[in-house]
Design a protein around this ligand. Structure first.
Ligand code: HEM
Length: 485
């Protein structure tokens, strides 16, 4: 495949020098955060695209908006697959989920089921009472601890966990303490999938019996724990469905119900349902709460932005209400700008999940030939801070979305310098759910409380060091003192 306006033969993308035997360019990624090392390497060796070898795996790193557009829009179909790995095969039941599934009939079916039946804007709207109730629980906890330092990292993580547990499996999930088990399991998945996996970079090793036994054994233990939890949940739901009258059947209340009611239509095996549920647990927690935490970090470090946001939220919410509702946030334009700016500076993954080239493809005006089988990662963090598109790119300035060149820029996937949710066939399916959750929680934190740092701490003392896993997170926990407004 080639772009139409190309005149010269495409070449291999540039690569950094110093490729070593066996490890390739891995030593150049170093101990820094991968998205930062890759941005710095790209600036020197391939500002649009750069080919590196991570162990034995040829990997294209995409770092400019025009190259991202080539991969995610112009040649979206050619780059819409995912690399296989022994770990995702085990944990995601043969990669039969939507996140890690290779492109093909199964992926299209799985993605359709998720976008149409679980995460469409209408479906997300139907979970409004659940969201509002979970937000109220957070507000009650904060009121209880008012005037004392609160571990906001932990509070926001529990909020995101509990909310996703309830949308997946109804209220009884939390009541029976299963959300604790699930929290452990998501952490175990992250340790496996987010860590450095030898077998992913040296596929030859995966064929060696000792390595496959070690890595596979660890993954199988986690998988068995997921099986236990999810089989119980599915069996409980099946029993309740059997006991229901025909009329009740109209109401699919949670994700498990919805998937069970569509199982025949889509021809899903029980394992596929389990894989899709793990996706939702996994993608729905360690994204939303980290963005909320970063929003609070940025706001506490910029008191004038925090004050402006509070003014907006408090002036729009009707007098006498004890909390902000989802109707109230429709006109909160500064709230939305604050959330965009937080997502711009802190996109949770930093990089996309790896894509895989399905066929040979010439990209960026036919300049570079990418062979089938190349792994592709788009450095979203680097795009979101690209100096050609953003003024003072490292500064937290929500106003940039209200005036100036980025007025009106949104994260729906058509502005290739701002892609916190990705773009194209592999774009995040949770975008509606994530957006409304971020908005309603942040609006309420602003409406109900004034915020201070623990005594003796100044704004500049708030630690902003990041560490890398499946998502980027802050090294230190965030403690803040809420004061009832
Ligand atoms: C602030 C919150 C979130 C952000 C910034 C975010 C961002 C992303 C990104 C960048 C990708 C990868 C795109 C690619 O590989 O090209 C992704 C994939 C995905 N996200 Fe999200 N996400 C968020 C929340 C959620 C939520 C709440 C859910 C579901 C409940 C979700 C479900 C998924 C799924 C299923 C995929 C895989 C899509 C595919 O491969 O077809 N995400 N997300």
């Amino acid at each position: 495949r080639r772009d139409r306006n190309s005149t010269e033969l495409p070449s291999t993308p540039p690569s950094p020098p110093f490729k070593l035997p066996v490890i390739g360019h891995m030593h150049l990624i170093g101990s820094q955060l991968p998205h930062v090392s890759l941005r710095d390497l790209a600036a020197k060796h391939g500002p649009d695209v750069m080919l590196i070898h991570l162990g034995a795996v040829p990997t294209l790193v995409v770092s400019s908006p025009r190259a991202a557009k080539a991969v995610l829009r112009t040649h979206d179909l050619a780059f819409a697959s995912r690399p296989r790995s022994m770990l995702t095969d085990i944990i995601m039941y043969g990669a039969s989920d939507s996140c890690f599934a290779p492109y093909g009939d199964h992926f299209r079916k799985a993605r359709k089921a998720v976008t149409v039946h679980l995460l469409s804007s209408k479906k997300v709207q139907s979970y409004r009472p659940v969201r509002e109730e979970e937000v109220r629980l957070v507000l009650a906890k904060l009121r209880h601890h008012a005037a004392a330092p609160v571990d906001m990292s932990q509070l926001l993580q529990s909020f995101a966990n509990d909310l996703i547990c309830r949308t997946i499996s109804g209220k009884f999930f939390c009541e029976e303490g299963r959300n604790e088990v699930f929290r452990d399991l998501v952490a175990a998945n992250n340790a496996l999938l987010g860590g450095f996996n030898l077998e992913a970079y040296f596929p030859g090793l995966a064929r060696m019996r000792l390595i496959s036994k070690l890595v596979g054994g660890r993954a199988m233990r986690v998988r068995r724990r997921w099986d236990q939890l999810l089989d119980n949940l599915i069996d409980d739901h099946l029993a309740i469905r059997l006991a229901r009258t025909h009329d009740d059947d109209q109401h699919d209340t949670d994700f498990i119900d919805v998937l069970l009611s569509r199982q025949e239509e889509y021809g899903f095996h029980r394992d596929t349902i389990k894989a899709l549920l793990i996706d939702m647990f996994e993608a729905g927690t360690d994204t939303t709460h980290l963005v909320l935490e970063y929003a609070m970090v940025e706001l506490i470090r910029k008191p004038h932005v925090l004050a402006k946001l509070q003014d907006e939220v408090r002036s729009i919410t009707p007098k006498g209400q004890d909390a902000v509702t989802e109707d109230d946030i429709v006109d909160m334009v500064y709230l939305k700008a604050v959330i965009k700016e937080t997502l711009r500076l802190h996109p949770p993954g930093g990089l996309t999940i790896p894509h895989l080239a399905r066929e040979d493809c010439a990209i960026v005006d036919g300049s570079y030939m990418i062979p089938a089988g190349t792994c592709v990662i788009i450095n979203l963090w680097a795009l979101n801070r690209h100096a050609d598109y953003w003024d003072m790119p490292d500064e937290f300035m929500p106003g940039r979305f209200m005036d100036g060149i980025n007025k009106g820029t949104n994260f729906q996937g058509q502005y290739f310098h701002f892609l916190p949710f990705g773009s194209g066939r592999r774009m995040c399916t949770g975008i509606h759910s994530a957006t409304i959750t971020l908005q309603i929680m942040l609006a309420n934190l602003m409406y109900c409380f004034n915020w201070k740092l623990p005594s003796g701490m100044k704004e500049e003392d708030v630690d902003t060091t990041d560490v890398f896993g499946l998502a980027i997170h802050r090294k230190e926990k965030l403690f803040l003192v809420p004061q009832v407004a």
